[in-house]
Design a protein around this ligand. Structure first.
Ligand code: NAG
Ligand code: NAG
Length: 460
């Protein structure tokens, strides 16, 4: 800190502006000189949820938040800000406050603007009696703010033709709005520089057509967007490198000439698992053909082996980084074997332990559950990647179950070139255990005979 304190103030301000707003505020305790510096940060984030622990009724919390933000704006001395974001659920009677915030940021030439009016409790996948939450109209003065480079809006209606003004816009994130096929088309036509597009919890997204010549788009996220019937995702974007999709099983049509580098697929909302899904997922993996990093969910682990190739992808994938979101259930073991077979170049494996829907009944899925003790300990198949390439393994949310342990033991006993195994124990407490118990199970790994002399095991 001492060395930092000798820096001139403008430089310190740049450093502070690089910090998240909450951290920037924390710098005020560092010294008298820092006490007021954070008030000049160019990265401003007003978030009502930061005030959620003020011990008072919600209405009072909101008033404390509004007072804080207004005071802050009144004291702000700088001419330019880089980022401004306002997170404020359902502004109801606070339109003037919202307008003040907006006026403040636009007058200071903000380049990255975020406005989020959604409620944290909204859940489109379980619409209840609130299928389409209220949206507000994006204030018209935003459209004339030509210099915007990124725009994040949640629960705001917008006029996509007005996006024509945003000549420098590179990043767009939209959440909790209606998003028809025509909207994405217009967005791509109007914003020629667009590099990333995030759609989260939007509705009426039956067709997401991300197609166009010379698109600059490198990153696309479609996260739990809803529609009636099957969703069709068509992608023809020659520069696209990153794709993340979460939702029901959708029909994909992907053409990226350069190939995708990183793909994250999560079908956690799917409620049926059958052979058709297996074929659909297999075709999808062939189509996206992730070249470096792949993340798959519990659903894929259960369904993929019902597709045309029960053993592994043909041809094999060139994936080096694989993340498995799994509960390490019996029904997922075959899928885990499938991906270890399919990724002979695997270097980094992440096992993210989490609950997923397990399809147990015959009428939901014709499963062949495998016994993990048999798969990993008694009759292990040592895959090519385990002997030749796998260097790093991390397991997150380790709960010390036998099935988790068997897989880790397999990796320790057979991973000949392994260098690092990190076990991050779960914080969760339930009737099967607590962090101390999880830890004591993980510590048993120390006693195993390691296939790699260079393996270091870390338990966190
Ligand atoms: C993929 O896109 C390229 C260029 O945009 C095009 O030439 C090619 O025909 C497309 N391939 C398929 C299978 O549609
Ligand atoms: C793959 O994992 C390595 C090691 O954790 C990391 O350095 C690298 O950035 C990852 N690559 C991709 C494409 O995620």
């Amino acid at each position: 800190m001492d060395r930092l304190s000798t820096l001139p103030e403008p430089l310190l301000l740049i450093i502070i502006s690089l910090l998240p707003f909450k951290e920037a505020i924390r710098t005020c305790v560092l010294s008298t000189r820092w006490r007021h510096l954070w008030r000049s940060t160019a990265n401003i984030e007003f978030n009502e949820h930061f005030f959620a622990n003020v011990d008072a009724r919600r209405e009072i919390q909101r008033q404390v938040f509004i007072d804080f933000a207004q005071q802050w704006i009144a004291n702000y001395q700088e001419d330019n800000i880089d980022k401004f974001s306002l997170t404020f659920s359902h502004p109801r009677n606070s339109q003037i406050f919202v307008e003040n915030c907006l006026k403040f940021s636009l007058a200071r030439h903000v380049k990255h603007l975020g406005l989020d009016f959604s409620e944290p409790t909204w859940d489109l996948s379980d619409p209840g009696d609130n299928p389409h939450p209220v949206s507000f109209d994006l204030p018209s003065q935003v459209y004339s703010h030509h210099i915007l480079e990124s725009l994040t809006i949640s629960s705001y209606n917008f006029v996509v033709s007005e996006f024509r003004n945003f000549r420098f816009l590179k990043h767009v994130s939209l959440a909790w709005v209606e998003f028809r096929a025509s909207t994405v088309k217009a967005l791509l036509v109007n914003c020629g520089l667009l590099e990333s597009l995030n759609l989260k919890q939007c509705w009426n997204t039956n067709n997401v057509d991300v197609c166009g010549q010379d698109l600059k788009l490198t990153s696309l996220v479609v996260d739990r967007c809803m529609c009636s019937g099957y969703q069709r995702i068509s992608i023809e974007a020659s520069n696209l490198k990153y794709l993340r999709f979460a939702g029901f099983v959708a029909v994909f049509d992907v053409n990226t000439t350069g190939g995708l580098e990183e793909v994250d697929l999560d079908f956690g909302l799917a409620s049926m698992c059958d052979e058709d899904s297996g074929y659909l997922l297999y075709d999808l993996l062939c189509e996206v053909y992730p070249s470096r990093a792949l993340t798959v969910c519990s659903y894929t682990l259960q369904a993929i082996t019902m597709g045309p190739e029960p053993i592994g992808m043909e041809p094999r994938l060139s994936v080096t980084n694989l993340t498995l979101k799994t509960a390490m259930h019996y029904n997922e073991q075959k899928g885990i074997k499938f991906f270890l077979t399919s990724c002979p170049l695997l270097e980094t494996l992440t096992i993210d332990i989490r609950r997923g829907t397990i399809f147990l009944h015959e009428d939901e899925a014709p499963f062949h559950a495998l016994n993990p003790f048999d798969v990993w300990i008694e009759n292990p198949i040592v895959y090519s990647c385990i002997i030749r390439t796998l260097r790093e393994v991390e397991i997150k949310g380790f709960k010390g179950t036998q099935n988790e342990f068997y897989l880790l033991a397999y990796l320790v006993l057979h991973g000949r070139v392994m260098q690092k195994l990190t076990v991050v124990t779960s914080r969760e407490i339930n009737n099967h255990g607590n962090p101390a118990v999880y830890r004591s199970v993980a510590e048993k790994l120390y006693a195993l005979r390691r296939a790699s002399q260079h393996l270091q095991i870390t338990i966190l």
